[in-house]
Design a protein around this ligand. Structure first.
Ligand SMILES: [Zn+2]
Length: 409
């Protein structure tokens, strides 16, 4: 099987499961099931019947000379109106590896896993299948989930032979595997490789996230009658803070250690053109690969907001919305990935992953590395998502070389 065949498979899957608006492989639905059936047909041609674990993850196994196992994973599900590569690229690259090794019994066992419901696009919980297998899913957190049409997650799961109450048994399947490595190929979904004109990147890990709501409280007042020095303008304090957060992101970005701070929402009260804003609420989303850096960024942001609030005669309160720790990948696998990418493409840029991936769930359980493919215009989760074919073919070659190296190591 050549990289060209992988691309042909991807196009075949896209044709089967897309409409004019893009891919429609929404997890637990009929098109997703059709995608899996199609993939099972490809596996059947290799003489492989996949096993489904208690969370609906599909595992295809090629027995090797030992039980040590290299896992290649990604997901066939997509967001509504999604792209042709997000998830599918990694699964098809896994199929290529199974095909390559079928005729020469590998020294280790190979498994390709198609994680169930990576996107969380229907019920709002991403990484559902992989987190169940990893033991980080609390069923109490998801049992109440309902989709837009009123279907309950428990019923959608049951329709696919999965019981929410026993989903965590997927851990037992994962624990039985003597895992040597977990490898995942994914489209970057961002503009970094494109900006460097590089086909392929080595992923250092997934970002940790600190997400907060900041509420600045001053005093609403008439815009005509209140002199500037006497104002308690909550919006200006929030705006100054947002600029300070950008400086914090700049301060902690060193070389390839990129970090981000984003103010994504702003709510102003009373929201009248003739009133000084008395209340302003903004969100702050901070991400970094290094836990200490993330902690320092958060401390700096808090301190900056307090100083700025005092300078504007307003108060500020912080509320945490969400947090996840960084998941750095295994240094020895990053090194092998670097070698594979350099050998094929001549250079191997390293970059962190802003989005989360199933790979992040595997980090506590086994050595993990990911490889990224060039993403046109940084677009993903839309029908425009693309990796131009020359970049795609190079990336597929680099990924197969990574698999070869890890299997042989
Ligand atoms: Zn994905």
């Amino acid at each position: 099987m050549s990289a060209q065949d992988v691309v042909a498979n991807l196009r075949e899957l896209a044709k089967l499961t897309s409409n004019a608006d893009g891919a429609q492989r929404l997890a637990w639905g009929p098109v997703w099931r059709e995608a899996r059936q199609w993939f099972n047909g490809k596996l059947a041609a290799l003489g492989i019947t996949p096993e489904i674990d208690a969370a609906g993850n599909s595992w295809a196994t090629l027995k090797g000379s030992s039980d040590r196992t290299v896992i290649i994973g990604s997901h066939l599900d997509s967001v509504p109106n999604g792209g042709w590569l997000d998830g599918a690229l990694g699964v098809m690259a896994g199929l290529e590896a199974l095909t390559t090794f079928r005729d020469r019994r590998p020294p280790v066992t190979l498994k390709v896993v198609d994680w169930a419901d990576e996107e969380g696009a229907r019920f709002g919980r991403s990484l559902l299948g992989s987190s169940a297998a990893a033991g980080s899913l609390q069923s109490a957190d998801v049992e109440h989930l309902v989709d837009k049409t009123g279907v309950r997650l428990v019923d959608a799961l049951r329709e696919n032979g999965v019981e929410l109450s026993t989903m965590s048994k997927a851990q037992e399947y994962l624990k039985r595997i003597d895992a040597k490595a977990y490898l995942e190929l994914h489209i970057e979904q961002g503009p970094v490789l494109e900006s460097m004109n590089r086909s392929t990147g080595v992923v250092q890990g997934t970002f940790g996230v600190e997400r907060h709501l900041l509420r600045f409280v001053g005093q609403a007042a008439h815009s005509g009658s209140t002199p500037i020095p006497m104002r308690k303008d909550a919006f200006l304090a929030a705006a100054e803070s947002a600029l300070a957060f950008r400086e914090i992101a700049r301060k902690y970005t060193t070389g390839s250690a990129r970090v981000v701070c984003t103010v994504g929402t702003v709510k102003v009260e009373p929201g009248i053109v003739t009133a000084v804003p008395g209340v302003c609420e903004i969100s702050l989303d901070q991400r970094a690969l290094d836990a200490h850096v993330l902690e320092a960024m958060l401390a700096d942001a808090r301190a900056a907001s307090w100083t700025i609030a005092a300078g504007n005669n307003v108060s500020v309160e912080w509320k945490r919305i969400w947090q996840i720790e960084p998941r750095p990948f295994a240094p020895h696998l990053i090194k092998v990935c670097h070698e594979a990418v350099s050998e094929v493409t001549g250079e191997a840029p390293h970059l962190p992953s802003g989005p989360l991936h199933d790979a992040a769930e595997m980090v506590p359980h086994m050595p993990v590395v990911m490889m990224f493919a060039y993403s046109s215009n940084g677009l993903s989760h839309c029908k425009e998502e693309d990796t131009p074919e020359p970049h795609l073919l190079k990336t597929l070659a680099a990924f197969q070389l990574l698999v070869e190296k890890v299997v042989a190591s």
